[in-house]
Design a protein around this ligand. Structure first.
Ligand code: GLN
Length: 215
C-alpha cells in the first residue's frame, strides 16, 4: 500500500497520541499532531485517540476546537476514534459524566450510535481478546484487541455497520462500527506494538484505505 502522501491528523490534546502516530507511520503514512484548528489544514483524515473522554472534551472546548472538529466531521472527512475517541464521535452517551457545575460531558458527535462508557464492568475493566473483524485484509486472522475501561455500542443507528462484536453475558455487543467515513473501535489496536514489532496495524490500514477511498 503506497500511503506516503497520506497525512493523518492525530488529535494531540490527551491520550495515546504517540501510539497512534507510530501505527500511522508504520503503515507508511504521515502522522500530524493536531492541537490547533490550523493544523487540520492539509490533513486528509483524523484520529481521535484513546484516553479519557471527559478530559478530552474539556480540552477541546478550552482550545476552542469543538466547532472546527465538528465541521471536519460534517464535511465528510474520514475520522477514526478508538475508545475515548469512539465516545467523542458518538451522537449519544447513556451515562455521561457530570461536572462540578452539573454539566454533562459533550461529544463531537457525527456517528449515529449510543455508547455506554466503562461498559464492561469492574471484573473486566481491562482485558484482551481475539476478535473476528470484517473488512480487514486477511480477515480470517483475528484481531488481538486490548480493552481498557472501554465503552461498547449500545445502539446503532440506521446505516451504521457493526464490524466486530464481543459476547458478554449472553448478549452481542458491537465493539467496532463504521458509518460512511467514520470508524470507531472500543479497543486500542494502537497499543499492541512493542519494541521492533509494529503490532496490529490492520485497523489503521483500513482507515488509511478509507482515506484513499479504497474501502
Ligand atoms: N473510560 C474512558 C472514557 O470514558 C475511555 C478509556 C480509554 O480510552 N481507554 O473516556
Amino acid at each position: 500500500m503506497n500511503s506516503s502522501n497520506q497525512r493523518v491528523g492525530v488529535l494531540a490534546l490527551q491520550g495515546d497520541v504517540r501510539e497512534h502516530a507510530r501505527a500511522v507511520e508504520a503503515c507508511g503514512a504521515v502522522a500530524v499532531p493536531v492541537r490547533r484548528a490550523e493544523e487540520l489544514t492539509g490533513v486528509a483524515g483524523l484520529i481521535l485517540p484513546g484516553g479519557e473522554s471527559t478530559t478530552m472534551d474539556k480540552l477541546i472546548r478550552a482550545f476552542g476546537l469543538a466547532e472546527t472538529l465538528r465541521e471536519f466531521i460534517a464535511g465528510g472527512h474520514p475520522v477514526y476514534g478508538s475508545c475515548a475517541g469512539m465516545i467523542l464521535l458518538a451522537d449519544r452517551i447513556t451515562d455521561p459524566a457530570i461536572d462540578l457545575k452539573g454539566q454533562p460531558q459533550q461529544t463531537l458527535g457525527g456517528l449515529d450510535i449510543t455508547v455506554r462508557r466503562n461498559a464492561f464492568g469492574r471484573q473486566r475493566e481491562s482485558f484482551e481478546t481475539d476478535l473476528e473483524f470484517t473488512d480487514l485484509t486477511d480477515a480470517e486472522r483475528p484481531v488481538h484487541a486490548v480493552f481498557i475501561r472501554a465503552p461498547w455500542v449500545e445502539e446503532l443507528g440506521a446505516g451504521v455497520q457493526s464490524l466486530a462484536a464481543v459476547r458478554i453475558d449472553g448478549a452481542e455487543r458491537a465493539v467496532a462500527v463504521r458509518s460512511g467515513n467514520l470508524l470507531a473501535t472500543s479497543f486500542h489496536p494502537e497499543v499492541t506494538g512493542h519494541g521492533e514489532s509494529p503490532g496490529e496495524l490492520r485497523v489503521h490500514e483500513l482507515f488509511i484505505r478509507m482515506m484513499k477511498q479504497e474501502a
